[in-house]
Design a protein around this ligand. Structure first.
Ligand code: PLP
Length: 409
């Protein structure tokens, strides 16, 4: 089946004179919020929504066996993608659950040896909010600062470690800037001390090579890699020093007692297929999207005076950019850009109206952070989409700045 011939979402220009105008969708450049489901993934899921509806835990008949087979195939495919043993993976409902499981589970398992957790300043809200809960429960959570380019220095991580530290969280790829932390450099210094290293690789898995065994706990989510929403994984390194996380959800004994509840067979089969596709297409996608992203940046930066990329431009995801436009508030830009789907930051915070904590941690002022937009390309983004978006963004920045200067006169 040719996925490129049958794009899962219609993207395109709003043609003012078109009789189909009301049916035209904006060009989708918000792939860090969620990716469209690859049609091959949909095909892989359908049997488990139809005839193969069995419960993967039903060991006494063919319906259950078929579901279980699908789950185990998916587990193998995902394990292959992130270089780990299949039985080190626990299926979850997504990255937020995986993060809750990892942090609360380690806290429950290790609270007698320490109550200190250290997290980088640019973690996803799922980590921040879980840690807020941990503070209320008597844990001390310290924030590891990042440099102005969004990278955390391994020495800064080392300086945050204490004798009572039980967990360190370092995000693999940032969802707003795409900045990639050097997990390989940080790994040994944390793990050798018996401190659990959690890495949220939600934005990295399926887009760049990820070696899960560099960390103790790694989180991923199907809907960021062209799979369905509501399915994810927590990798638990079998070689981690110290007690493993206690289960967050109990009941039914599924996943070796680590995560109760009937397995979401269609979602898991979909995530497995998404991993299989990523294995063969990830590197080609990354090359193509990096070229498109770089061209998009070139046109935007040359067309918009004083615009600048937020974050390290070398160590980042190939398909992400985050650009600030002094004098053009992001909220105004987004309402001007009705024909391009973008965001000012993470989807979870997009309604909050607060400047991004990620950009502020990188030293941006409130005003700079509130004048920044995130652009996330994806497998189904075309050159035409990018050319159209670049033109529209440059025009929108000019229009918004013009309006701002009239208001200030
Ligand atoms: N972590 C990161 C880096 C993310 O980008 C997201 C999604 O926005 C999450 C965690 C939460 O993922 P999920 O939607 O699977 O709970």
């Amino acid at each position: 089946m040719d996925s490129y011939a049958s794009k899962p979402v219609r993207t395109g220009r709003v043609e003012p004179d078109s009789p189909f105008q009301s049916m035209t969708r904006p060009v989708y450049l918000d792939n860090n919020a969620t990716t469209p489901v690859d049609p091959r993934v949909v095909e892989a899921m359908l049997p488990y929504l139809r005839d193969e509806f069995g419960n993967a835990s039903s060991a006494s008949h063919a319906y259950g066996w078929a579901a279980d087979e699908a789950v185990e195939l998916a587990r193998e495919r995902i394990a292959q993608l992130i270089h780990c043993a299949p039985n080190a993976l626990v299926f979850t409902s997504g990255a937020t659950e995986g993060i809750n499981f990892a942090i609360k589970g380690i806290a429950a398992a290790r609270h007698t040896s320490g109550k200190h957790i250290a997290i980088t300043a640019t973690e996803h809200r799922a980590v921040l909010d879980t840690c807020r809960r941990m503070r209320k429960d008597g844990f001390e959570v310290s924030t590891i600062p990042v440099e102005n380019d969004g990278l955390v220095r391994p020495e800064t991580v080392a300086a945050a470690l204490r004798d009572d530290t039980i967990l360190v969280a370092v995000i693999w790829a940032n969802n707003e800037t795409g900045v990639l932390q050097s997990i390989a450099e940080i790994s040994g210094m944390v793990r050798d001390r018996g401190i659990a290293l959690l890495s949220d690789a939600t934005q990295a898995i399926g887009k760049i090579p990820v070696r899960a065994d560099l960390a103790d706990l790694v989180v991923g989510s199907a809907h960021k890699m062209y799979g369905p929403k509501g399915t994810g994984i927590l990798y638990i390194n079998p070689d981690m020093k110290g007690p493993k996380p206690m289960p967050l959800i109990e009941g039914g004994g599924q996943e070796h007692g680590l995560r109760g509840g009937t397995l979401n067979t269609p979602g898991i089969a979909g995530m497995g297929m998404a991993a299989e596709i990523a294995m063969s297409e990830m590197s080609r996608d990354a090359d193509r999207l990096q070229r498109l992203r770089d061209e998009l940046e070139r046109v935007i930066l040359s067309g918009c005076k004083d615009a600048a990329v937020n974050g390290n431009r070398e160590h980042r995801l190939p398909q992400t950019t985050n650009i600030r436009f002094p004098g053009a508030p992001a909220a105004d830009l987004l309402s001007e850009l009705r024909d391009v789907a973008l965001s000012a930051g993470s989807a979870c915070s997009s309604g909050s109206g607060k400047p991004s904590h990620v950009l502020k941690a990188m030293g941006l002022s409130d005003t700079q952070a509130a004048s920044s937009i995130r652009i996330g390309l994806g497998r189904f983004t075309t050159e035409q989409d990018v050319n159209f978006a670049a033109e529209r963004i440059v025009q929108a920045v000019r229009d918004v700045r013009e309006r701002q200067s009239v208001l200030q006169r």
